[in-house]
Design a protein around this ligand. Structure first.
Ligand SMILES: O=P(O)(O)OC[C@H]1O[C@H](OP(=O)(O)OP(=O)(O)O)[C@H](O)[C@@H]1O
Ligand SMILES: O=c1cc[nH]c(=O)[nH]1
Ligand SMILES: [Mg+2]
Length: 217
């Protein structure tokens, strides 16, 4: 299932618009904070799909039964660009465990590259609700490769992909390789990719805008 939050309107679209805006992008702190805010909103939306339980809460004046999330999900993020979204999701699932996994494009030439996954720090994921954060789904290859690597640590009960901007092609590719029950939570869907596999209009290079330009690998 794909949930495109841009269709709901509201202030969420302002965060995504600022993320895309080349002038506002000049402020890396605001860029990171917007990624974090998008992570927060998507975390809230996906929280409605998590298993709930009844809990009796004692206030200073009495008791109230409330429906709350049964278990905190596991939050996995793809380095580097996933880090600010990770913080946003963690702000709402504040007792969650975290996993970090690297994925980067190792170039053979300006258009041709392999995706390298070289680092993974992850607890067991068996029977847990797994959230994977990465702001950009361009081809979907990094997400699928990371998901397959995470499976070395167990089989999750549910999978939620949290992303700011995706192409339809990446969504289709991701859905083909993740379980049928996986949910994709996205801030906007674009149609094109450049020859270098950048999303058009997209926003540019999310990792570089958040953390500074790196030398090409
Ligand atoms: O869907 P794909 O075609 O695989 O592309 C998306 C990937 O590209 C970006 O990472 P990048 O390689 O720029 O690394 P960075 O986060 O270190 O900048 C982005 O954060 C995704 O991980
Ligand atoms: O458009 C894109 C594609 C991959 N990574 C990015 O940061 N942006
Ligand atoms: Mg990048």
């Amino acid at each position: 299932m794909v949930y495109d939050l841009s269709q709901h309107g509201g202030v969420f679209n302002t965060f995504v618009a600022e993320l895309r805006d080349e002038r506002i992008q000049q402020d890396p702190m605001r860029f990171r904070r917007n990624l974090e805010r998008i992570g927060e909103v998507l975390a809230y939306e996906l929280s409605k799909k998590l298993p709930m339980e009844d809990k009796m809460v004692t206030t200073p004046l009495g008791q109230k039964e409330m429906k709350v999330i049964r278990e905190q999900p596991l939050i996995a993020s793809i380095l580097r660009a996933g880090l600010p979204m990770h913080q946003g999701v963690l702000n709402y699932f504040d007792r969650s465990d975290s996993a970090f996994i690297s994925a980067y494009r190792k170039h053979k030439n300006s258009e041709d590259y392999d995706i390298k996954v070289e680092y993974m720090a992850c607890p067991g994921i068996d029977k847990r609700d797994l959230i994977i954060c990465d702001p950009m789904l361009a081809t979907g290859s990094s997400m699928v490769m990371v998901y397959k690597s995470l499976l070395m640590n167990g089989t999750p009960r549910s999978v939620h992909v949290v992303t700011a901007i995706a192409t339809q092609e990446a969504i289709d590719y991701t859905r083909r390789h993740l379980p049928d029950t996986a949910c994709i939570w996205v801030g906007g869907i674009d149609t094109e990719l450049t020859a270098q596999s950048y999303i058009v209009p997209g926003l540019g290079d999310a990792g570089d805008l958040a953390f500074g330009e790196k030398l090409q690998a």
